[in-house]
Design a protein around this ligand. Structure first.
Ligand SMILES: NC(=O)c1ccc[n+]([C@@H]2O[C@H](COP(=O)([O-])OP(=O)(O)OC[C@H]3O[C@@H](n4cnc5c(N)ncnc54)[C@H](OP(=O)(O)O)[C@@H]3O)[C@@H](O)[C@H]2O)c1
Length: 232
């Protein structure tokens, strides 16, 4: 495969739909071999992808998947830790289980992904590791406590790991998108909520994928540590 990422292996979590699917497709078009990780990947993978179905909140399943990546394919040169879930509820309607589920997929799972893949990338001495955060990782919105707490936590994880890996050849970047038109908004129906942006005025998943490709294709001497993007 030719392209700017020819010869590179990229791992994209949450690649079955939305931002992750758009990112996996764009990285593949740029020439990368793309490992897609999510719970609901098709049984028959599309050409150009290596599909490894996995529930990232299941630590045992993820460790087995990471072993398959590292021993079968080798350390990736690009990781997009994107899998996540959204919850919009006021505090008094948010159950402890809902809070825990947000933290599980938006913070514990990214820690596990980083823990499994970053040391091998450091040994290889190169790579780009991208967390997909959110505007809610640095701005407070009402009815967003569980999601925002998990994403602020993710930003903290990113900042520490970026410091820890500085100089190793592995660059870490936090990409923090604003509202993006994906399935996460379906239970909320933003077009009927005056205080939320209409879907037509949101980012497209392809806009976030473009930002990821930009970060992953900077010269090795350039480190984009945080990229925030939102609708104009
Ligand atoms: N949409 C927005 O407005 C927006 C804005 C800022 C940031 N983000 C962030 O962008 C990322 C992607 O969001 P999206 O809008 O594209 O959401 P989406 O369309 O719902 O996609 C979420 C992806 O995560 C995967 N996933 C969820 N739970 C998983 C689990 N336990 N194990 C493995 N994979 C899991 C899903 O796959 P399966 O269900 O098949 O497992 C799916 O591929 C998230 O981190 C989100 O917080 C979104």
């Amino acid at each position: 495969m030719s392209g700017v990422l020819a010869g590179q292996v990229a791992v994209v979590t949450g690649a079955s739909r939305g931002i992750g699917a758009a990112t996996a497709a764009l990285l593949a078009r740029a020439g990368a071999r793309v490992v897609r990780v999510a719970r609901s990947l098709p049984a028959q993978p599309k050409t150009g992808f290596i599909d490894l179905p996995c529930d990232l909140t299941d630590g045992t399943a993820w460790r087995a998947t990471a072993d398959r990546i590292l021993s079968g394919i080798g350390p990736p040169s690009i990781v997009v830790s994107n899998a996540g879930a959204f919850l919009m509820k006021p505090l008094h309607d948010t159950t402890q289980d809902e809070f825990d589920a947000q933290v599980d997929i938006n913070l514990r799972a990214p820690f596990a992904v980083a823990r499994a893949l970053l040391p091998a990338m450091r040994t290889a001495g190169r790579g780009t590791f991208i967390h997909i955060g959110s505007v809610a990782d640095h701005s407070a919105y009402p009815d967003n406590a569980a999601y925002s707490a998990s994403k602020y936590g993710l930003r903290g994880l990113h900042e520490v790991l970026a410091a820890e890996y500085r100089g190793s050849g592995v660059r870490l970047c936090l990409v923090s998108p604003g509202p993006t038109d994906t399935d996460v908004w379906s239970p909320i129906d933003p077009d009927r909520q005056p205080h939320l942006p209409d879907r037509a005025n949101m980012l497209r998943p392809a806009d976030v994928a473009d930002a990821v490709l930009f970060v992953a294709t900077r010269p090795a001497t350039v480190h984009v540590d945080w990229l925030r993007l939102g609708p104009a």
